[in-house]
Design a protein around this ligand. Structure first.
Ligand code: PEP
Ligand code: MG
Length: 568
């Protein structure tokens, strides 16, 4: 049995699909000019056919602008100059693979050295196309997530957000990755999709092969490769019980989240795209507590999304929320979230660098497009705007002033804008948690981003499984920062939410309730289990529990307190 980090709930039992890129070994000598030319020609035809097929399959799920990437790849594969150069090298005696690699590397180098973002992007296209071409020349298979047509559990070194986005929920039973932490974006997306997943499972890649049988327990964070019949029966029963429990939660679907002594909190959802609203509605969320708009920027391949594209996305979300509050976070790019069309200067510590609101206040041109789109969409629902990574009151004031100025500008243009937009901030940098009572004089609300708040408080990279043990949401130091933030908000009559993963963590719910958190924002699939917990607790008792937790010395002590009130 292998142990990893549990990210979600559920049990998956199925065959392994190993997401592993083949290793390219170049042949120094060829099999003669004629044969090599033929190998090249066949491989090139197959490459073009492969790309066309992938595009065709992807067109069922991707938007037209997202499909443009495949056209760029096709154009590259059909470029006569590229082809001529490779064929000339083969005619001079090179093997087909060596010629392809040499010409492609040269072109990649040339495009990468250009200043223009458009040409840099072409370098990525050549890399992609030439990798496929080389695999076809060498007879190697490239795994293609969109081609999966049977139920499997994906096993990978790492899953990028775009890998996760390609997963077809009909066939992907769950996934296991070698690296990554509980708050890595792959893990967050797994929870959003409602898929069982275990991340940071060291050794999984070398312990299984394509087609092996696998059991994945996403609650315990355990993985069993090629289980015995007895283990299979045991886990089939556990899976049955889990599914029954999930079904039973449906009775709470559109019920309020009220404690046994009558205290009501809001349970809202985190989303990354307008498509996620289906899940928000299906799980009875009471609104959206975090719309991560950077995914809109990451999906675009060649330029920043236009004001019109953004306006349409925000309008859909606001309309589908039917008057419930939608908290939209402004662009949080940088750190691990990069854009193909925007170059970040290299930094030693990108997580501590030029990102999120820092970048937006510096590049008002980029910020302006988003703020205009948001304000224009505000008349279609109940919009709240939230800035990420606020460290100082000056930053918050500058961002808020910018929104208010843009609002006046739009009004002068005759565009209607709602007068009821709340403007708040994420508290995810310890400095802002410590000064929360002062921040509350300016911000309409707070939402605590515990993924980053814990990363910065513990000085432990959230992407690294080696320091994952320092992700301790229930450590008293973190609880004290959370308390400071909630009390700070309440001292000025503001509300305080939480949208980091801790907001949907069942073990944290009793303490957060006791500390007075008003709004819990989480992946939609966590709403009903959390509602079940909240409605079984007594607020007064949880206040006592939180008081004790704040005086504990270790996370383990807090966990013990929490376990005494949680039945499961
Ligand atoms: C957080 O930091 O807790 C958060 C919600 O933002 P993200 O995970 O997108 O950094
Ligand atoms: Mg964050």
């Amino acid at each position: 049995m292998l142990k990893g980090i549990a990210t979600s709930s559920g049990i998956a039992i199925g065959k392994v699909y190993k997401l592993e890129q083949p290793e390219i070994v170049i042949n120094e000598t060829g099999k003669g000019v004629e044969t090599e030319l033929e190998i090249f020609d066949n491989a090139m035809n197959k490459t073009i056919a492969d790309i066309e097929q992938i595009k065709e399959r992807a067109s069922a799920t991707l938007a037209p602008e997202e499909l443009a990437i495949f056209d760029a790849h096709l154009m590259m594969a059909q470029d006569p100059e590229y082809r001529d150069q490779i064929e000339n090298m083969i005619k001079e005696g090179s093997s087909a693979d060596k010629a392809t690699k040499t010409v492609s590397d040269m072109m990649v180098g040339m495009f990468e050295s250009m200043e223009d973002a458009y040409f840099k992007e072409r370098a990525a296209d050549i890399k992609d196309v030439s990798f496929r071409l080389l695999c076809n020349i060498l007879g190697l298979t490239i795994p293609d997530l969109t081609a999966i047509d049977e139920e499997v559990i994906i096993v990978a070194e790492e899953m990028t957000p775009s890998d996760t986005a390609q997963l077809n929920k009909k066939y992907a039973l769950g996934f296991v990755t070698e690296i990554g932490g509980k708050t890595s974006h792959a893990a967050i997306m797994a929870v959003a999709l409602g898929l069982p997943a275990v991340v940071g499972c060291t050794g999984i890649m070398s312990s299984c092969k394509h087609g092996d049988m696998l059991i994945l327990d996403a609650k315990e964070g355990t993985v069993i490769v090629n289980p015995t019949e007895e283990e299979l029966n045991d886990y089939r029963q556990r899976r049955e019980a889990f599914l029954k429990e999930k079904e039973a939660l449906q009775v709470l679907l559109n019920k309020p989240s009220i404690t046994t002594d009558g205290h009501q909190v809001e349970l809202v959802a985190n989303i990354g795209s307008p498509k996620d609203m289906d899940n928000v509605i299906a799980n009875g969320a009471e609104g959206v507590g975090l719309y991560r708009t950077e995914f809109l920027y990451m999906e675009s391949t060649d330029d920043f999304p236009s004001e019109e594209d953004q306006f349409n996305a925000y309008k859909v979300v606001l309309e589908r929320a039917e008057g419930k509050r939608v908290v939209v976070r402004t662009l949080d790019i940088g750190g691990d979230k990069k854009l193909p069309y925007f170059e970040f200067d290299p930094e030693m510590n990108p997580f501590l660098g030029y990102r999120a609101i820092r970048l937006c206040l510096d590049r008002k041109d980029i910020f302006k497009t988003q703020v205009r789109a948001l304000l224009r969409a505000s008349v279609y629902g109940k919009l709240a705007i939230m800035f990420p990574m606020i460290a100082t009151i000056d930053e918050f004031k500058a961002a808020k002033d910018f929104v208010l100025e843009t609002k006046e500008e739009l009004k002068a243009e005759g565009v209607s804008v709602s007068d009821e937009i709340e403007i708040g901030m994420m508290v995810e940098i310890p400095a802002s948690a410590v000064l929360a009572d002062e921040f509350a004089k300016y911000a309409d609300f707070f939402s605590i981003g515990t993924n980053d708040l814990i990363q910065y408080s513990m000085a432990a990279d959230r992407m690294s499984e080696k320091v994952a043990y320092l992700y301790q949401p229930l450590n008293p130091s973190i609880l004290r920062l959370v308390k400071m933030t909630i009390d700070g908000a309440h001292s000025q009559g503001r509300w305080c939410g939480m949208c980091g993963e801790m907001g949907g963590d069942p073990k944290a719910a009793p303490v957060l309730l006791g500390l007075g958190l008003d709004e819990f924002s989480m992946s939609a699939s966590r709403i009903l289990p959390t509602r079940k917990i909240i409605t079984s607790l007594n607020k007064k008792e949880m206040e006592d529990l939180a008081g004790k937790a704040l005086k504990c010395h270790t996370e383990a002590e807090v966990m013990e307190l929490v376990n005494s009130v949680l039945k499961d």
